[in-house]
Design a protein around this ligand. Structure first.
Ligand code: ACM
Ligand code: ZN
Length: 518
C-alpha cells in the first residue's frame, strides 16, 4: 500500500475490501462531515453513492469515536466481514483516517470500484507541530495559491501553515487603523532579479496584500483541512515596508522606500519611542483577531543594531531600563509585545537568533541557524519549547543540489535532546522564502516532493520504498498540473556546480535545467 506519510502500524489481513455498489455509512455525530467528505470522494472517483444511515447493521462503513486514541490519531479496520471501520477520538484524527483511506482506495483516480487489501492501521503522529512557512512578502501569492498549498499540506498530514506576512519588501495584510500599510507598504517599485549571471532591478511594480476577508477565507479553508494558520509580524527588523509608510516609527525618521533588493536592512523599528510600541500593538490587535491559532510569530531574526546605537531615544531607553547591551533592548521590546499577545491568550514564537538568555521561557524558539541544530537542542534541554527548521534541511528556497531530498527526509527533529526534555520538541517546519520564487512554477518545483519528505519526517515513521510511494504522488501532481522535481530521489547527493551557479546570480538554474532536460 503506497501511503505517505507511512502509518505507524499497518498489518495486512487476507482478503480484499471492495465497494462495487451503493451502500451506507454509519457515523458518530461528531464525524458526520468527514463521513460526508469520504462519501463525496467515493462518488467522484467511482460514481458509487454512500449514504448516511442511523442503522449500524445496515452500514458497510462505520465511523466510531474512542477517547483512548491519541490526538490526531486513528485506527482503520478493513475486515474479512467486508466492513470498513474508522475509529478516532477527535475530528483531526478522523480527518487523517479519511486521507489515508483516500490513498488506500486510490480515490483520486477515476475507477469502477473501491478495492483494497484488507488491513488494520493504527496511526498517530510523533510530532504535534508539522509546519510549513511561506514568505508571501518577497513575492506575493494570492488566496487560491494558499489554498493549493493547504490542500497539499493536508494530504501530507501537515497541520501548521506559518504565513510570513510582513517584511522589508512588502506588508501583506490589511490593517484598518493604518491604511497606508496597504496603499504604500504593500507595493514595491521593482524587484532584484538574478538570472543568467546578471543581477539587476526590474523596475516593475510588485504588490499585493490580503484583505481581512481574504484572511478569514484562508483560515476557514485551512480549518476545514485540519491546518492551523499562524501569522508572523516580524519585529523589530524586517520592517522597512511599514516604515516606508510610517517613517516616524524608525530611529531617524528618514524617508524610506519599500525595498526592491534583498539582504538585511539596517532600518528597523525604534525601541526608544513609546509610539512605536503603540503602532505595533495596534497591528497585533487586528492581526490576532483574525487568526484563532494559539500561536503568534513575532519574528525577531536578523536585527542589526546600528540605528539603535546612533539613536538618542534608544540609548536613553537602554539606560532607563539599566540594560547593558542592545540585544537586551530587543529582548525587552519583544517582551512588551509578548505580554500584549499573552493577554489575548497567544503563545509567541520567535526565530532563534531573536532569543537571548533573558527571553521569557514561554517564547517558543524556531531554530533555523546556524548550520547545526545545537542551539535548539540546548534550548530544549533548558526547558524551552522548540520548532526545528534547520537551514540545511528545512529551507526549501534553496536548490535540491544544495539541500537534497534525503537531508529533509532523514532529519530527526528531537535527536540529541535529553529524554526528560523530549516533550519540548514540538516538531518541525519547512520554510519557503521567496526572494527567488516569483511564480507558482518555481514555488511548487521547490516544494514538491520536499513536502512529502517533510511529511514523513514530521509524522515520524519512515517506511520502506519512499521512492515508489512518491511515484503515486507524482500522478496526483501531474493531474493537478503542478510542477515538481521528479529527479529528487533519496539517493541524490549535492551538486556543487549547480550550487555555484545558483549563488552566482542564476537563481532559476535548477528549474531551467530540469525543464530543458524534459
Ligand atoms: C530567517 O531565515 N531569516 C529566519
Ligand atoms: Zn531609536
Amino acid at each position: 500500500m503506497k501511503i505517505i506519510p507511512q502509518p505507524q502500524k499497518l498489518v495486512k489481513i487476507s482478503g480484499n475490501f471492495t465497494l462495487d455498489c451503493d451502500c451506507f455509512v454509519f457515523c458518530d455525530a461528531k464525524f458526520s462531515s468527514l463521513a460526508k467528505r469520504l462519501a463525496a470522494m467515493i462518488y467522484d472517483s467511482c460514481n458509487i453513492t454512500v449514504t448516511l444511515t442511523d442503522e449500524i447493521d445496515q452500514a458497510k462503513i462505520i465511523f466510531n469515536s474512542d477517547d483512548s486514541i491519541p490526538r490526531e490519531g486513528y485506527h482503520i479496520m478493513l475486515s474479512q466481514s467486508g466492513h470498513a471501520t474508522v475509529t478516532a477520538s477527535d475530528v483531526s484524527g478522523c480527518y487523517y483516517a479519511v486521507e489515508t483511506l483516500r490513498q488506500m482506495f486510490n480515490l483520486d483516480a477515476e475507477q469502477q470500484l473501491v478495492a483494497c487489501a484488507n488491513c488494520y492501521v493504527e496511526d498517530a503522529p510523533k510530532f504535534a507541530y508539522r509546519g510549513l512557512h511561506v514568505d508571501v512578502c518577497r513575492h506575493f501569492f494570492g488566496v487560491d495559491v494558499i489554498k493549493q498549498i493547504i490542500d497539499l499540506m493536508s494530504q501530507d498530514k501537515l497541520n501548521k501553515l506559518h504565513l510570513h506576512l510582513t517584511d522589508d519588501q512588502g506588508f501583506r495584510i490589511e490593517i484598518d487603523k493604518y491604511p497606508l500599510l496597504k496603499e504604500i507598504s504593500a507595493v514595491r517599485k521593482g524587484t532584484e532579479i538574478s538570472v543568467g549571471g546578471k543581477t539587476y532591478v526590474d523596475e516593475q511594480p510588485h504588490g499585493g496584500y490580503y484583505t481581512k476577508d481574504d484572511i478569514r477565507e484562508i483560515v476557514r479553508y485551512a480549518a476545514e483541512h485540519n491546518v492551523e494558520v499562524i501569522p508572523e509580524v516580524d519585529v523589530p527588523g524586517h520592517m522597512v515596508a511599514a516604515l516606508a509608510a510610517y517613517p516616524e516609527y524608525s530611529c531617524n525618521g528618514t524617508p524610506l522606500e519599500v525595498r526592491k533588493t534583498w539582504g538585511i536592512s539596517k532600518d528597523i523599528l525604534c525601541a526608544g519611542n513609546d509610539a512605536t510600541y503603540g503602532f505595533i500593538c495596534d497591528i497585533l490587535d487586528e492581526v490576532s483577531e483574525l487568526f484563532p491559532s494559539e500561536y503568534f510569530h513575532l519574528g525577531g531574526d536578523e536585527v542589526p543594531k546600528d540605528r539603535w546605537c546612533n539613536c538618542k531615544a534608544c540609548r536613553e531607553r537602554l539606560s532607563e531600563l539599566q540594560l547593558s547591551n542592545f540585544e537586551q533592548l530587543q529582548t525587552y521590546m519583544v517582551e512588551v509585545f509578548r505580554k500584549h499577545l499573552e493577554s489575548k491568550g497567544k503563545t509567541v514564537i520567535c526565530w532563534n537568533d531573536g532569543i537571548t538568555a533573558d527571553s521569557d521561557k514561554k517564547i517558543v524558539c524556531q531554530v533555523w541557524k546556524p548550520f547545526t541544530t545545537k542551539s535548539g537542542i540546548k534550548e530544549a534541554n533548558n526547558g524551552r519549547k522548540i520548532i526545528m527548521s534547520p537551514f540545511l534541511r528545512a529551507y526549501f528556497d534553496y536548490p535540491y543540489a544544495m539541500t537534497p531530498l534525503k537531508r529533509t527526509y532523514n532529519f530527526r527533529p528531537n535527536k540529541g535532546v535529553k529524554k526528560s526534555c523530549l516533550n519540548n520538541v514540538l516538531g518541525v517546519e519547512g520554510c519557503v522564502w521567496t526572494e527567488h520564487i516569483a511564480d507558482t512554477d518555481k514555488l511548487f518545483f521547490n516544494l514538491l516532493p520536499r513536502l512529502d519528505a517533510l511529511s514523513e519526517c514530521a509524522w515520524g515513521y519512515r517506511g520502506a520504498k519512499f521512492g515508489k510511494r512518491l511515484k503515486k504522488r507524482y500522478e496526483l501532481y501531474d493531474k493537478a498540473g503542478l510542477t515538481y522535481n521528479g529527479d529528487a530521489t533519496l539517493s541524490r547527493c549535492r551538486n556543487v556546480s549547480i550550487i555555484r551557479k545558483f549563488f552566482k546570480k542564476d537563481a532559476n538554474i535548477e528549474l531551467n535545467e530540469y525543464k530543458n532536460k524534459k
